[in-house]
Design a protein around this ligand. Structure first.
Ligand code: GRF
Length: 216
């Protein structure tokens, strides 16, 4: 069974969605460990509440970013982790971790990549004036939100949206597509060719989620 290691920096609502997916049997996997760079992260409480080991690992306590990511890779490796999930991990992951888990690290980003990478993606979308935004699950490479796209969900952006209202609309879909992407991985259905991810045994538009406008 797939063993998952989660990296999170904050409230951990995506972490919770993954825990729920495991607990309901939607996702056949086990969450082995939560690693956080933030001792105040609410994600730690979620780990405790669900009997998941929680580790605080702060980059400041290591001699370099590379030393930090090598230590994170060691912790994950020791627990037999097969997939690393970035659930609101607010750092660009370093090469020592990527090298140990090539195309085995997934991230969720609250925009339709390659639009609006980096921080405050929802704010960027609102101020740019796009009419559609959404979220993207992708494999992690060395760039900032640049790895191969697995699934995207699109939601409308309304004229009176704020960063908060758009974030809330997008978050509902984050909680749906992240467990779904992990499930596809767990089922061995994701094939990466260059930067294109094919979903094996694809059923019509699997990989594409468009929110109905009645969601408002
Ligand atoms: C989410 O919006 C995610 O897309 C982004 O950071 C946020 C984390 O939220 N990478 P949470 O900690 O999962 O609630």
């Amino acid at each position: 069974m797939l063993k998952i290691g989660v990296l999170a920096s904050g409230r951990g609502s995506n972490f919770q969605a993954i825990i729920n997916a495991v607990n309901t049997g939607y996702l056949t996997a086990s969450v082995e460990v939560l690693i956080t760079d933030n001792p105040a992260a609410y994600a730690i409480t979620r780990a405790e509440d669900n009997g998941i080991a929680g580790l605080v690992m702060r980059p400041e306590e290591y001699s370099s970013p590379d030393a930090y990511y090598a230590a994170v890779a060691d912790e994950l490796g020791e627990r037999g982790v097969g997939l690393v999930v970035l659930a609101g991990f607010m750092r660009v992951v370093g090469k020592p971790l990527i090298d140990v888990f090539p195309m085995r690290i997934m991230n969720i980003h609250p925009a339709l990549l390659p639009s609006f990478p980096g921080l405050h993606a929802q704010r960027q979308a609102v101020s740019y004036g796009v009419k559609l935004s959404g979220c993207t699950v992708h494999f992690v490479d060395e760039g900032m939100d640049t790895g191969p796209v697995i699934i995207q969900a699109a939601v409308p952006v309304y004229h009176d949206d704020t960063e908060e209202s758009l974030s809330e609309r997008i978050l509902k879909y984050e909680h749906r597509i992240f467990p779904y992407a992990i499930r596809l991985f767990a089922e061995g259905r994701l094939e990466v060719k260059g930067r294109v991810v094919n979903i094996q045994g694809r059923i019509k538009d699997e990989g594409v989620v468009v929110s109905p406008s009645i969601d408002r």
